[in-house]
Ligand binder design. Sequence first.
Ligand SMILES: [Zn+2]
Length: 342
Amino acid sequence: MALLLPTSTAGSLPKPSWLAEPEKLWSPWKLEGNELIEAKQDALRLTLQEQIHAGIDIVSDGEQTRQHFVTTFIEHLDGVDFENRETVKIRDRYEASVPSVVCAVSRQKPVFVEDAKFLRQQTDQRIKWALPGPMTMVDTLYDAHYKSREKLAWEFATILNQEARELEAAGVDIIQFDEPAFNVFFDEVNDWGIATLERAIEGLKCETAVHICYGYGIKANNDWKKTLGSEWRQYEEAFPKLQQSKIDIVSLECQNSHVPMELIELIRGKKVMVGAIDVATDTIETPEEVAATLRKALQFVDADKLYPSTNCGMTPLSRQVARGKLKALSAGAKIVRDELTA
Ligand SMILES: [Zn+2]
């Protein structure tokens, strides 16, 4: 029988301070050239060992080889000019200086495939690889070429599909697309967001996931959350169509959030990665707190479809806090697993 409640993380994990300045998004690398390549691989080995040591079942690269979950992928594409920057409002929330799409976008060579092969060599455990989703990519750029968010999203979906097929061939078990933008642009999600996501997973035989969260624990996101009221019902907008989609797994923020757990009922039938670790606080959850969140989720997800996870990436946290949270996650999952199999 497959392991019940296999644990995983949403994506990024803190980087060692010798690789990049810690607890910071878009943190610049501290090395260059071959030294940087080697250092990224060392960090990947380290983050893998930390996950295994903490009892995480579905492991990842902890995004050690990328500066940012969206930007690094885009950097490797043609058609985007990183010198030519414009200020845009990301996710309708905070302003950032972003690169511009100046002509047709394309992928000349694989972006993460070598990294994925390297991770595959290091472990026999199931591995999950995160890519940005088409809508979130569009939302992190200034588009001076297509002048249509939808058109650009379809182009990115084609490119993501090329990358995903090669990641699958490299031995990745679960390919995850990060779509925090799904919590903001509801009309677009239903018009073309989910459709472009399905284009990105076309032809894949491995499992596929979409991660939808309320963002990293940075100030702009925390301030935004304060405006959302006591009940966060954003998921309600995308879930019905997502339930009908070909995506296998939906990764959600549930710990300390104001998302009513019963919304998960709307994606009944899907596997659900339940965020049982809050990434916006340094307070480490107790295993019992994790277990309580999982038990609540079990009212709406069948036990064989529940995957305990983190609310979002942990890159802005200290390594020590992240390690504590990973341990709490697996200890909490164990409590509930034992209850289910007793
Ligand atoms: Zn997230």
